[in-house]
Structures are given as structure tokens and as C-alpha cells.
Design a protein around this ligand. Sequence first.
Ligand code: AMP
Ligand code: ZN
Ligand code: ZN
Length: 422
Amino acid sequence: MDLKYYICSKKIMIQIKYIFSFLAVVFLLGCPSVNIQKTPNPKPTIFTKNKLLLISLDGFRWDYLEMVETPNLDRFIKTGVKAKSLIPSFPSKTFPNHYSIVTGSYPANHGLISNHMYDEKLGAYYTIGPGATAVRDGRWYQREPIWVTAEKNDIETGIYYWPGSEAEISGYRPAYYKAYNPNVSWNSRVDQIVSWLKEPAIGFTALYFNEPDKQGHAYGPATSQVFEKIKILDQTLGRLFTKLKEEKLDIKTNIIIVSDHGMASINHKDVIYLDDYIDLDDVEVIDWFPVASIRPKKGKLEKVYHQLKNAHPHLQVYLKDSIPSKFHYSNNVRIQPITGIADLHYTISSHQRGSYSGGAHGYDPAHKEMHAILLASGPDFKSDIVVPSKENIHIYELMCKLLGIEPSENDGNLDAVSDMLK
Ligand code: AMP
Ligand code: ZN
Ligand code: ZN
């Protein structure tokens, strides 16, 4: 072949290759159910300790276990440990708490102070949900999640939808992870987890379900719709446990089942309309309820604060530096100058936004209705024991202990959860 022609066609081939690689990346990012995977280590280390699987059932209130028949979870509890409840961090919302669980940190320290945020330094907004791109931006995550600590220690990880798992954090990503798509069937998530756990190099996996949170919002807590979903979740977990047994993974896998928060009922009557007290043109409301995150426009802070303070008996209003210390909610640029916290069952809205009914969370974690679940079973856990309620910031230290790795900076304490371990 003519050399010039050969070089020219080779150049075209290289260009075509680049175009195909580019299209493949666009396809991978745009197609929510695909398996995203980093280039495997040339020589993966074999993980020799017991493996760890962390499961989240979003919005599973601590007392649902006593309200619905859950034969598979009951068997799991009988062979393991159940905490009376898991106390969320403030605010009792999904992203702040999922990230508290995997970093052992309060939201103000790990950066996800809410599901919806504005960061003046970054000049950027954070929002969640299917297709949200901010969740993939590593700049939002200010503490190291367990999968990063594991990967740093040459333990490969496989994460099925945990908040934060799609971002590169401190230069690391999970070896395997998925772009969030709530429509992927629960059984196929379970099948993927089992095949990840079969990989010799994988030591840590995590799995997320967006129920019973979704039904809890739509119909309220402790409703037949919530109970129906819990029954299906229980069957899904039963199928997972059976598969792990068939693969003889059960004897070398510790499983921790958590939820992020509980759920409280809300109704159309108990609404705090901000525009009854302030001019909404004076502010930007970054997040609405139960924790209103209010950013006054230039020169309006004093006015808005005085109009809102003591405006409604069920709305507690704080300036940024006076939020009660029990919330551990300070020293982050993403906390706006005014924070309004609604009392349990109350919502915050405007006349244009209207009112809500069903269920909500995000309230003060001291309310029992906001408490979540913590269950654990496996070779390193005690069996058939109930331990006192735990704060969710201690789970990271527990997981590091189970994986045999040094925890990175966090707010938790292994002593607080060591009563769960053999
Ligand atoms: P919340 O508003 O606190 O109830 O948040 C629950 C919602 O978070 C779910 O309904 C999802 O839309 C969203 N969500 C959960 N996990 C993810 C994820 N990994 N990526 C994006 N959105 C998510
Ligand atoms: Zn949630
Ligand atoms: Zn929710």
C-alpha cells in the first residue's frame, strides 16, 4: 500500500476512534443504567478479611419494623444486632444523612448541608434527583467517604447508587458504580451486588433503595402504601440473603442495613407562608421545608430577620451564628444567613407554591418520628441482641474497623458502636 495513503487512512482511523470514544463517554454519562467502571488495577489485591455490604432503605422509620410483617428482616435481626433506632444528623434529609453515614461526619463538616444548596465561593447550586449533574461534582464533598478510604487502601469497592458515589472525591472513585436511575429493578440491583461480592478484589459494596421514602412522602408514614413497599423490600432482601448463602458468601460478609431518616405526617392546614411576613423579592429561598435556607438580597438581612423572628409560633428563626449547637450546623458557607426550622408536622411555603399533605422529614433529629433503623448481621457481629439508639456519625468508624483500615478525619467514635461487635 502507498505509504502516504496508509498514513492518511491511519489518521482517519485514529480520528474515528476518538469520535467513537467521545460518543461512548457521552452515552455512558447520559444512559442512567449502565455500569460505570474505572480501569481495573493491573494486579488487583485480593481482599482477605470479611467483606462488607451496606444497604440503605430510604425513609424507613425505626418503628415500621413493628408495624409490618417482615419475615426476612426478622430472621436477619435474630442472627444479628438491632439498634433501638438510628439518630439522623441535622437536617434529617436524604443527602446530608447518607453522606454522614459514609463519612462519619456532621453535614456542616462533610459539606452536604442540605439536598439543595448554594455555595457563594463556588458560585454554584447543588440539587439532587435523577439526572442531576451537581451530584457528580467532587467540589461539593468535603470529607472522605468509606469507599475512598477503602480504595486508598487497595480495597476495591462497588457502589449501587449511594449519594456521592458518582463524584471523584480526593482523586478517587469507586472501582464500580452506577449513574442514578430509580427505575432499575430491585432484583437486578441485588444480582449486581452479589456478582460484585464474588470478585476477590472487592471488599466493600453498598446498595440503595428509594423506598419506603417515596410512598411516605406521597401518602404519609404508616400507611398501607408504605407497608406494601416494605413487604416488597423484605422479599427483595430475602432473595439477596438466599443468593449470598448459595454462593457461600454469607459466612464471609458483614451486612449493615440502615435508613437515613424517618417520616412525619403533614397536612394542608399546618403551613407557614413566608410571604405572610416578608417580601419574597427581598430574598432568595434556597431550600423551603422543614428547614428554610434564606439568602437575603444586599442590605435586606436585618429587615428580613426582624420580620421573620417570632413571626409564627411554629417557626424557629436563627441567624447563621446563633443556630443551637445541638444541630452541629455552623461554619459552612453553604449555610445561608437566615435559617428557619419548622416544628414537627409543619411545612414552610409561599402562597404561590401552595400547601402539601402526606409525609415529610428534615426536622430536628431529636423527634422520634425522624429516627431511622440500624441493623447488622455477619461473622463479626454479635447475634440476637438489641443495643441502644446510635447517632449515624459513628457508622463510618465501625465500617473502617470491619474492613481493617485507618479512618480518615471524622466526627464519630468507635466506642459508641463497639457493643455491636463480637
Ligand atoms: P428527599 O427529598 O430527602 O426525600 O430525597 C430523596 C430523593 O433523593 C429520591 O427520591 C431521589 O430522587 C433522590 N436521590 C436518591 N439517591 C440519589 C442519587 N444517588 N442521585 C441523585 N438523586 C438521588
Ligand atoms: Zn431519604
Ligand atoms: Zn424523603
